[in-house]
Design a protein around this ligand. Structure first.
Ligand code: BGC
Length: 352
């Protein structure tokens, strides 16, 4: 079978390799890969800025935004051949820490968790892959063409859950949400916000193209003006920050409603400095009982929430988020940004 492999220590080292077909161990599914999504983390790995191969090996199979179809399933499992499935990214640390021991591996405390296609485990960018039944989630069959959006949706499902849990420490009825960044994470966060009945606003830099269109189709409001101006005017109860840009992050903290929750999901490179009035940021957070919470990854509960959110979404809208599909053999194209890119997907089943 063919797989997209990379040496995370060497920039630009990704290539399509012919590898032996994987053999499922006890309790594992054998899955035919349909597609993998490409995200910022994959691009960082390809640039040798992030990622770790399995111990003792130079190369790892890339890909953590998976979608596949079950080929074989263990007898007595909840899965059957033909099921549409997604593999979970993270596995608990071996200690395990208290969070991992309770299935909350997305909140691992000691950092020794592993992640498929990112940290010490092969990923899902392969024509065939195996996954433990405990770390696979089935999708509604109608999601065959868009189910590859499941992993980023699980990440935003977790973010929204964090917001809700933080909010519930006192009376909580949020009305207005601002999502900063209209990439896949921002758009999927906006989608869930709309599903929750919130008045959703999305801010990004671009003035035209697919992003403003997708926001409008969702029934949300698109903004491209200065973030301070937009946020100060909106006074959102919730901000889901999906740019990782320092100026946007601090603007979100300064300009929200009392009891506001800012959830940070964007990973930014270190070393970018910004002049901020730390006193006024602190003062605003304290005097308004605001909370700023970081959120990464997702556990099984969030994957299930994501499966429901995708099943409830408009399929054409989801399909509109996938701006390009490239076959595995041309995967280099997937890592070269094009102006109207939203989510780029690598198709794995071209030779079927
Ligand atoms: C993935 C997460 C992962 C994080 C850090 C993100 O791109 O979606 O599942 O935890 O990278 O490795």
């Amino acid at each position: 079978m063919r797989a997209l492999t990379v040496d995370p220590k060497t920039a630009g080292s990704f290539q399509v390799d012919e590898l032996p077909d994987p053999e499922p161990r006890q309790g594992e599914l054998l899955v035919r890969g349909l597609a993998v999504g490409v995200c910022g983390t994959d691009k960082e790995i390809v640039r040798a800025e992030y990622g770790w191969s399995p111990p003792g090996r130079e190369r790892m199979v890339l890909g953590h935004e998976s979608l596949g179809r079950v080929v074989t399933a263990p007898d007595g499992s909840d899965f059957a051949a033909g099921d549409l499935v997604v593999g979970v990214v993270r596995r608990p640390d071996p200690v395990p820490c208290g969070a991992c021991a309770r299935g909350e591996f997305d909140n691992c405390r000691n950092g020794r968790y592993t992640e498929r296609g990112i940290k010490e485990l092969d990923g899902y960018a392969a024509e065939l892959w195996c996954v433990e039944t405990d770390y696979a989630v089935t999708l509604d069959p109608k999601l065959e063409h868009v189910g590859v959006l499941m992993e980023p949706t699980s990440v935003v499902a977790k973010a929204w859950e964090q917001v809700q849990r933080v909010g519930e420490r006192a009376w909580y009825e949020p009305r207005r949400a601002l999502v900063t960044g209209a990439g896949p994470i921002g758009l999927l966060a906006a989608m869930i916000g709309v599903q929750q009945g919130l008045d959703v606003h999305v801010l990004d830099l671009v003035e035209d193209g697919p992003k403003p269109h997708l926001v409008k189709e969702l029934g949300a409001t698109y903004h491209h003006q200065d973030v301070d101006e937009v946020a100060a005017h909106l006074q959102p109860d919730v901000v889901i920050e999906a740019t990782g840009v320092g100026q946007v992050v601090f603007s979100a903290m300064r300009n929200n409603a009392a009891f506001g929750v800012v959830c940070l999901t964007g990973v930014s490179p270190a070393g970018r400095k910004l002049e901020v009035d730390a006193g006024s940021v602190n003062r605003e957070i304290v005097l308004q009982n605001d909370v700023v919470v970081g959120s990464v990854n997702a556990n099984l509960r969030h994957y299930r929430q994501a499966a429901n959110a995708l099943a409830a979404a408009d399929l054409d809208w989801l399909a509109g988020m996938i701006s390009r599909r490239v076959p595995l053999e041309s995967c280099t194209d997937a890592f070269e940004a094009q102006p109207d890119d939203v989510k780029v997907v690598i198709d794995l089943d071209g030779r079927r």
